[in-house]
Design a protein around this ligand. Structure first.
Ligand code: SF4
Ligand code: SF4
Length: 500
């Protein structure tokens, strides 16, 4: 039985904070949490981090613990280790310096894989292309959208503005396209799925950030619903950014997989796949639609599963396991940057396996029509009409513009004597095709072009006329790679033949 003569046990002390200065990033979030002004901004740069850690003045500290919760760093500001308190001593002993540097072991980051969740079979939907792409992003697990509205892409952002808050997601209308891409950089760095909808001039503004993201190997999806250019241009459909997406993603050694959908169904399917490939290769993926496709309504079947995203081990996820991860595109030593560029080149070479295309009626075609996006729809009608007229025509539709599906094109051209490139731009698709053929050593048959720009789309009847004219045109060897468009060239070194 207890008596009043027993010695009372000393009261357990609550721990005061201790700081590992090299793990404090100087964010100052903890300062306001302390009513006793025990935490103050520091003045000295920590040579190990280049950052300025806070300073502790704990004379008035009541060990309330509020500052621990305010610190986002797993080991920045943390409680003194209670096991350092000698049992039975009412006075608290501060840990020695050596103890202070001891840290708990950190867990190693691991890849947490995506999980596919079955979707109940739903009815076929009728959707605009922009809406289909937004739904594809949601089904791919994207919950972070940033963007600046621009016609003709805005409906995609509008739908996500309605849906993301209901899904615990983030929709943020940024102050500009430059802000957009940098918000995407941060979110992608945390290993989360992020995207934007934009249109040609907006995409141009994002390119510096895209280059940074490629350099830092960050996954994200850019849906660019192309419109007429150059400059402000207009809001009508044009394939104005093929060159930009395939060859000009900011400064430096930059490439990204570029999809070219041509139906609302593909807007959904390729947006989903874009997220998958972005994370597979740790690289942005560009979906190049056009203004007509973004606004076009069509039948869309939902996939059988949606993605519950995992977390890659490289993410800067803000917890102890990911504390050592660093996302950066800065390599100050020349040799380091060259090595990084070689690493990117190896990755780009691996991306070649993602080349995709559709060939339609090309098996016996004497004239192959190449087109993508909305012009591919007119080209398909032209092929059907030519077949009705007894002309063996076929359609080759690149689904990826980078990497260009040159092997599939070679197969489609195996029996063809003429090639017609149909596009809503002043030759950007033809340039990609010619460059890919040149790299692959593929000799092209005589090539004719049906082109419009400024928002005017090639029509079925002029594609038919272009194909018939190409077939009727006499070809004299050796002009196998010469465009039907006159070169107007006076350079005897050019090799086009027009200088004669
Ligand atoms: S434990 Fe409480 S009193 Fe002590 S420094 Fe933190 S917030 Fe201030
Ligand atoms: S909240 Fe943490 S990381 Fe930020 S200044 Fe305070 S101790 Fe440092």
């Amino acid at each position: 039985m207890a008596t009043s003569l027993e010695t009372p046990k000393p009261k357990a002390r609550k721990p005061k904070p201790q700081l590992d200065p090299d793990l404090c990033k100087g964010c100052l979030r903890c300062i306001d949490s302390c009513n006793h002004h025990c935490l103050v901004p520091g003045h000295d740069i920590d040579p190990r981090t280049g950052l300025i850690p806070i300073e502790l003045h704990l004379e008035a500290c009541t060990a309330c613990g509020l500052c621990f919760d305010a610190c986002p760093e797993p080991y920045g500001l943390r409680p003194e280790r209670l096991e350092e308190i000698p049992t039975g001593q009412p006075e608290f002993e501060r840990p020695t310096d050596a103890d202070h540097l001891k840290r708990p072991p950190r867990p190693k980051p691991v890849d947490i894989p995506d999980v596919l969740r079955e979707l109940p079979l739903g009815a076929t939907l009728v959707l605009k292309g922009n809406h289909a792409s937004a739904i594809g992003a949601l089904l791919a697990g994207c919950r972070h959208f940033y963007g600046y509205p621009i016609t003709p892409s805005t409906e995609g952002a509008e739908l996500l503005a309605k849906l993301l808050p209901k899904l615990n997601g983030i929709f943020l209308q940024a102050v500009s396209e430059v802000a957009t891409v940098n918000l995407m950089y941060g979110t992608a760095g945390a290993g989360l799925r992020t995207m934007t909808f934009t249109s040609s001039p907006g995409f141009s503004l994002m390119l510096e950030g895209v280059s940074y993201m490629i350099g830092a190997e960050l996954p994200a999806v850019f849906v660019n619903v192309m419109r007429g250019g150059p400059g402000l241009g207009n809001i009508a459909p044009e394939q104005a950014d093929i060159k930009l997406a395939c060859r000009g993603l900011g400064h430096g050694n930059t490439h990204a997989i570029v999809f070219a959908p041509s139906t609302p169904q593909e807007m959904l399917d390729l947006t989903r796949q874009a997220f998958e490939l972005a994370f597979q290769y740790r690289n942005p993926v560009v979906l190049l639609a056009d203004g007509y496709l973004g606004q076009m309504t069509g039948r869309v079947e939902l996939p059988k599963a949606l993605v519950q995203p995992g977390l890659p081990k490289w993410a800067v996820a803000g917890d102890a396991a990911h504390r050592d991860n660093l996302i950066s595109s800065i390599f100050l030593a020349e040799a380091d940057l060259e090595a990084h560029n070689r690493h990117l080149d190896d990755k780009y070479a691996r991306m070649a396996r993602e080349a995709r295309a559709e060939s339609w009626q090309c098996e016996d075609a004497e004239v192959v029509i190449v087109a993508c996006n909305t012009p591919a729809r007119m080209a398909r009608g032209a092929v059907a009409e030519l077949r009705q007229r007894g002309v063996k025509a076929g359609l080759f539709r690149p689904i990826t513009l980078w990497p260009f599906p040159i092997d599939a094109l070679a197969e489609a051209l195996s029996g063809a004597s003429r090639l017609v490139v149909v596009e809503a731009s002043a030759g950007q698709l033809e340039d990609e095709l010619r460059l890919a053929a040149s790299h692959a050593g593929l000799a092209l048959p005589p090539l004719a072009a049906v082109r419009h720009s400024g928002g005017v789309l090639p029509q079925q009847d002029e594609i038919v006329a272009g194909a018939l004219a190409a077939l009727a045109r006499e070809v004299t060897a050796p002009t196998a790679s010469k465009s039907a468009d006159p070169c107007d060239c006076s350079d005897p070194e050019c090799g086009c033949g027009d200088e004669e």
